[in-house]
Write a protein that binds this ligand. Structure first.
Ligand code: PMV
Length: 338
């Protein structure tokens, strides 16, 4: 590793949508997933983050979409402590981050956010963590963030080790392997009422269906990998919908039940299934929020968009092709502040 310096860098990372979900953590403080997961990276939903380490700063400063939120700043400062400890530095940082899509409404802004932050922090310090460490840092920020380091199709391994060093994300296939499209129906643009960490922790603690969810996940993941390798759309559709509904079933059976859906979410599911029954290659998935994410072959995108836009209660429809890996957009050494 190079000697770190207090520089500044800007990085961009894309959001991702899990087709095989992460829902539940292993015990301990390392943010270790109970299951592996598999996702698509979405090029149209990005976070751009600038990190400037500055020896003159007394605390970390964080602005997201023009706002400071003390709770978010504490979470990011705790994450920066891990990076500072690894790099052997004490400098605080000023961070500004902007999403080009609704924040915290089940569109995985924490994933693109922590992926962009990881890549920007590393470039600002002028060091190279290497891919496995980078994935560990991203995962420590948010369990789904390691997947946003990569383009196309990405996997987050569950790992077996207690220290989490093998619980890393890796690229599976680039976007060009199978250029699927995502059509996202926004049924409620407000931040979700239950954060994903709270929802999955409650599910793990109280849902009688949680053990069954965890137990069936590894087989889903292996089958989805095969379906993607073979570009078998029907197989992937069946696996992804089943996996999504199992995740939500486990959450619904928590005590008290965690309900992320709105009426328009259910109507969106019906609309997608009707389209598929009519021969349109499309399936749905839903994360810890009310939005319906329809995945389709690019030729079907306009038809899916039109159908979802007509569902009462859908406010907006966003379409996206698969995205590229997280990247550094600019870096300055900032040596004059040393
Ligand atoms: O990374 P988190 O803590 O926001 O959790 C993500 C959980 C889901 O989006 C519901 C599933 C997933 O694998 O992305």
């Amino acid at each position: 590793m190079n000697r770190p310096r207090p520089g500044s860098a800007t990085a961009r990372a894309a959001a991702n949508i899990a087709l095989i979900k992460y829902w539940g953590k292993r015990p301990g403080m390392l943010n270790l997933p109970a299951t592996g997961s598999l996702s698509l990276t979405l090029g149209a939903l990005t976070t751009t983050t600038t990190v400037s380490f500055d020896p003159a700063l007394k605390t970390d400063q964080v602005t997201i979409n023009g706002h400071d939120d003390p709770q978010v700043t504490r979470r990011i400062a705790a994450w920066l402590d891990l990076v500072r400890a690894a790099a052997g530095v004490t400098w605080h940082a000023a961070i500004t981050s902007r999403n080009d899509f609704p924040t915290a409404a089940g569109l995985a802004s924490s994933a693109s956010g922590f992926a962009a932050l990881t890549v920007a922090a590393e470039a600002a310090l002028g060091i190279d963590f290497g891919a496995p460490r980078r994935a560990v840092f991203a995962r420590r920020g948010s369990g789904s963030a390691g997947r946003s380091l990569y383009g196309g199709f990405a996997i987050q391994h569950r790992g077996e080790r207690d220290d989490g060093e093998d619980a890393i994300a890796e690229p599976l296939f680039p976007a060009a392997h199978w250029p699927l499209a995502a059509v996202i129906a926004i049924t409620d643009p407000r931040p979700k009422p239950v954060a994903s960490t709270d929802g999955m922790t409650l599910t793990a603690r109280t849902s009688p269906y949680y053990p069954a969810w965890v137990e069936s996940s590894a087989a889903d993941l292996a089958a989805a990998r095969q379906a993607i390798a073979a570009r078998d759309f029907e197989r992937l559709a069946a696996l992804a919908e089943h996996n999504c509904l199992k995740m939500h079933a486990s959450a619904l059976a928590a005590d008290p039940g965690v309900v992320y859906w709105r009426g328009a979410t259910v109507d969106g599911i019906d609309a997608v299934r009707e389209l598929r029954a009519a021969g349109v290659p499309v399936f749905f998935t839903i994360d810890a929020g009310p939005q319906v994410k329809a995945i389709c072959l690019p030729a079907a995108q306009d038809r899916v968009r039109e159908r979802l836009a007509a569902v009462p209660g859908v406010h907006q429809v966003i379409t996206s092709a698969l995205g590229e890996p997280a990247e550094v957009l600019a870096a300055e050494p900032g040596g004059d502040r040393c």
